[in-house]
Design a protein around this ligand. Structure first.
Ligand code: NCD
Length: 296
């Protein structure tokens, strides 16, 4: 593995290796001693779209491994003067040992990898893929449900534009006997190509408009407002909401890649099955594992 661009580029064996490495990293983190595994290496984070968790957890992960970080924000860089992504990547790959890139265009990370002299990690390319989020989602499922094979998972929310959903559905299709439920209003349905991929693999899925609770994981997403036209957005806003009554005392865990806007009530946060803040913490050991695998 030279770059990490899409979950489609890695197989189940490689996924399991990363999850195992993340467990080792979590263990090392818990010991609280400074690490030197990536001492002398530099991570560059290049973000053309907003980010809190992805960027800061990558930066934390690199620092926890003893490495350094440089960062570029498109709003305060030569992007504003009209510099292209390709030129930016050519230059910054000469400054760093590995690059984490987020960009609004699908395929941007793949394009960048063709011009970079160092590994590229895709931190989200439009509505397409977000593989490091997927790896931390898989890690959360493994740690909190205890297994990945055979789970029943329901996705709720913006299944049309939610790239974390697109990446995770594909990754879970590599495991055995996972059952999928896609719960969304008509306007936010999961894309056809994803359904076709599941059908071609003979994987069970159902599209629903109502909630169900015989599941192991409830994966909620925010409406990806920035990918809708204003008219489209007006039609779908406030179209789903997870309340305490709906989920209290249920056996499933609740996940969300965050940021949460208004789709999960704050009252849900303190329930024992609400795992979304833990999930965002798991981003640290998982991203440490990914950095170490690529340049360790
Ligand atoms: C997600 C993203 O950027 O796709 N955020 C994240 O990385 N945790 C989800 C989102 O923005 O809704």
């Amino acid at each position: 593995m030279k770059h990490l661009i899409s979950m489609r580029d890695i197989d189940r064996g490689q996924i399991e290796e990363i999850l195992k490495e993340a467990e080792r990293m979590e263990h090392l983190l818990n010991k609280g001693k400074p690490l030197k595994l990536l001492e002398g290496k530099i991570l560059a984070t290049i973000f053309y779209e907003p980010s809190t968790r992805t960027r800061l957890s990558f930066e934390t992960a690199m620092k926890r491994l003893g490495g350094d970080v440089i960062t570029m924000d498109s709003k305060s860089s030569s992007t504003m003067k009209g510099e292209s992504l390709i030129d930016t990547i050519r230059v910054i790959s000469g400054y760093s040992d590995i690059i984490v890139l987020r960009h609004p265009n699908e395929g941007a990370a793949r394009l960048a990898s063709k011009y970079s002299s160092v590994p590229i990690i895709n931190a989200g390319d439009g509505a397409n893929q977000h593989p490091t989020q997927t790896l931390l989602d898989l890690y959360t499922i493994k740690r909190e449900v205890g297994k990945i094979d055979g789970i029943k998972i329901a996705f709720v929310g913006d299944l049309k534009y939610g790239r974390t959903v697109h990446s995770l559905v594909y990754a879970l299709s590599l495991f055995n006997d996972v059952e999928f439920y896609f719960i969304s209003p008509e306007e936010l349905k999961i894309p056809k190509d994803i359904k076709e991929d599941l059908r071609s693999k003979n994987i069970k899925f159902k599209e629903l408009t109502d909630f169900i609770d015989d599941i192991d994981v409830l994966y909620v997403t925010r409406l990806q407002k920035e990918r809708f036209s204003p008219e489209e957005y007006e039609k779908v806003k406030f179209s789903y909401r997870i309340t305490k009554d709906l989920v209290e005392g249920k056996r499933f865990i609740i996940m969300h890649p965050l940021p949460r806007i208004d789709e999960i009530d704050y009252e849900v946060d303190n329930l024992p099955n609400a795992k979304y803040f833990k999930q965002s913490y798991y981003g640290i050991p998982v991203r440490m594992a990914i950095l170490y695998k690529l340049i360790g």
